[in-house]
Design a protein around this ligand. Structure first.
Ligand SMILES: Cc1cc2nc3c(=O)[nH]c(=O)nc-3n(C[C@H](O)[C@H](O)[C@H](O)COP(=O)(O)OP(=O)(O)OC[C@H]3O[C@@H](n4cnc5c(N)ncnc54)[C@H](O)[C@@H]3O)c2cc1C
Length: 483
């Protein structure tokens, strides 16, 4: 149940061998992969950065389909453009040497060398974790130790925070900030996340793509393959209860009252929905309940049409605030909005080289706390956040004038869209070396109930959630062969 990335991947791989029905409360597949209408045109309003293409190639190949035929992707040479309030800017490109040259011109040749060493280390972390950790159905320190030599494990730097590690690697505070931002891809603070998360820098170096017809085309393409293989999709079908018979899963009950029998239920919603009892009291102990303080961050997003002038945008852009630490202290410590928010701006029309000054589609995102301390993000708060964001962009040299309605999404909205999440978009934050081993795995304590998605091992992000769905399918097949 749930047609997010994890649920879709599992449906693709299970549909040939089992009778699969996907119940999805929304009207279309994708979950957090979604689009919004801005002045007659659609724009991605969830994930926009497409990485780890190999995951989707493997998924489609396993289902006898061709990924490159199903989804039109455009590879980006400039993976992101970064702006600071002092007027400086830096492009990172998919070409490692070109990025090093740009860093050399930006911060000096020593920093360019530091970057090249950083790339070697992030590749090492990625290669160490790819098979024994990312592809596994549950996190296991023992498996890592058995499959990898202990020296390699120390090299992935699990005991140091990302910020401390970056402070040792780069002198320029702007470069520390730039690479520290990768912690937010997992909804975490670089001041608490382990340096291991620096592997995300390698993931981007391996390639960043844009889905030419929007990320929704990816979700739809995966749903189409699942359907061709026999899966049945039932949209606008909210599961209100998971049914048990003698401590074994026996089916689901929809909010309409309809009951559907099933031997196996794969839950792709937020694992917090189970522990909060939103799927019935009998399944609330199926996994361990995480503490509120462990929840990842949320976001406030603004989708709009806008005129702009000033510095040129790339497709992916980041405008850094001055005081990074206070931003994370606000979101994770005080659980409030930061005063000056680092802002991500997605400008898909720049793929076609839109000139600044013309009317274009933009999607802006700032970090925000989840709704744990019952803060309501009302219109007034959103308006204030938008004003501060636009002021911040202006200080960085980019003037933005929305044209028409700005469609915002707050943590309160995300909490309503994804029950049990309380607006936290990435499950539990990756804070401390233990966090990666505390995420729920595919199996639960209940026979017949399985999990997949960004709140589950190996973690958030479209490719990682997809990997969890693929792992779930393998585990279900294995368990069903045994019973
Ligand atoms: C604003 C934003 C930006 C992001 N940017 C990126 C990015 O650039 N790149 C990247 O890789 N990742 C990004 N992510 C993260 C990525 O989108 C997610 O980690 C991933 O899509 C989660 O997939 P999932 O399998 O957990 O399912 P979800 O997307 O969480 O979907 C779960 C589905 O289950 C359904 N559901 C829940 N409960 C029920 C129920 N009771 N009955 C029926 N259906 C139910 C929901 O409606 C939903 O469709 C971003 C996320 C957000 C929100």
């Amino acid at each position: 149940m749930g047609a997010g990335a994890g649920g879709l991947a599992a449906a693709v791989l299970l549909a040939r061998d089992f009778d699969v029905t996907v119940f999805e409360r929304a009207a279309a597949p994708g979950g957090k992969i979604r689009q919004m209408d801005v002045g007659g045109g659609l724009i991605d309003a969830g994930p926009t950065v497409f990485t780890m293409r190999w995951v989707f190639e493997e998924l489609f190949a396993a289902a006898g389909a061709s990924f490159s035929e199903a989804v039109q992707l455009k590879s980006l040479h400039t993976i992101a453009r970064h702006f600071w309030r002092d007027g400086s800017s830096l492009d990172l490109s998919a070409d490692r040497q070109q990025s090093a040259d740009a860093i050399g011109a930006f911060a000096g040749s020593e920093e360019a060398q530091n970057f090249l060493r950083f790339c070697d280390q992030t590749r090492h972390i990625y290669e160490t974790l790819q098979n024994p950790f990312m592809r596994a159905s549950k996190p296991s320190l023992t498996r890592l130790v058995v499959q990898r030599n202990p020296l390699a494990l120390i090299g992935i730097n699990p005991f140091e925070t990302m910020w401390t590690a970056l402070t040792k690697r780069f002198r320029d505070p702007r470069l520390r900030q730039l690479f520290a931002r990768y912690a937010t891809y997992c909804g975490s603070s670089p001041f608490a996340a382990p340096a291991t998360l620096m592997l995300i820098a390698h993931v981007e170096q391996e390639g960043v793509w844009v889905a030419e017809n929007g990320m929704q085309s990816l979700a739809q393409a995966i749903a189409d393959v699942a359907e061709r293989n026999g899966a049945v999709f039932r949209y606008e079908s909210h599961i209100a209860k998971i049914l048990l018979n003698d401590r074994r899963i026996s089916g689901v009950a929809l909010s309409s009252g309809e009951a559907v029998a099933a031997d196996v239920v794969l839950f792709n919603g937020d694992p917090g929905a189970l522990t909060a009892g939103l799927l019935g009291g009998t399944v609330c102990n199926a996994i361990k309940k995480p503490h509120d303080t462990m929840l990842s961050q949320s976001a406030i997003t603004f989708a709009m049409r806008a005129h702009s002038n000033g510095d040129d945008l790339s497709v992916h852009n980041v405008f850094f605030a001055e005081d990074y630490r206070s931003e994370f202290d606000a979101v994770f410590g005080e659980r409030r909005l930061p005063q000056t928010p680092t802002t991500y701006v997605f400008a898909p029309d720049r793929l076609d080289n839109t000139e600044s000054g013309s009317d274009e589609r933009l999607f802006c995102l700032v970090n925000a706390p989840p709704t744990t301390n019952n803060v309501e993000f009302d219109e007034k708060e959103l308006e204030l956040c938008r004003t501060r964001m636009i002021d911040h962009l202006k200080t960085c040299g980019f003037e933005l004038q929305p044209v028409g309605t700005v469609a915002s999404t707050s943590p309160t909205d995300f909490a309503a869209m994804f029950p049990g999440s309380r607006g936290a978009l990435y499950g539990m934050a990756n804070h401390g070396w233990r966090a990666a081993f505390q995420r729920p795995g595919v199996r639960t304590r209940l026979k017949g109930l399985y999990l997949a998605g960004g709140g589950v091992h190996p973690g958030p992000g479209v490719p990682m959630a997809t990997l969890s769905g693929m792992a779930a399918a393998a585990v279900i097949k294995a368990d069903c062969a045994l019973t």
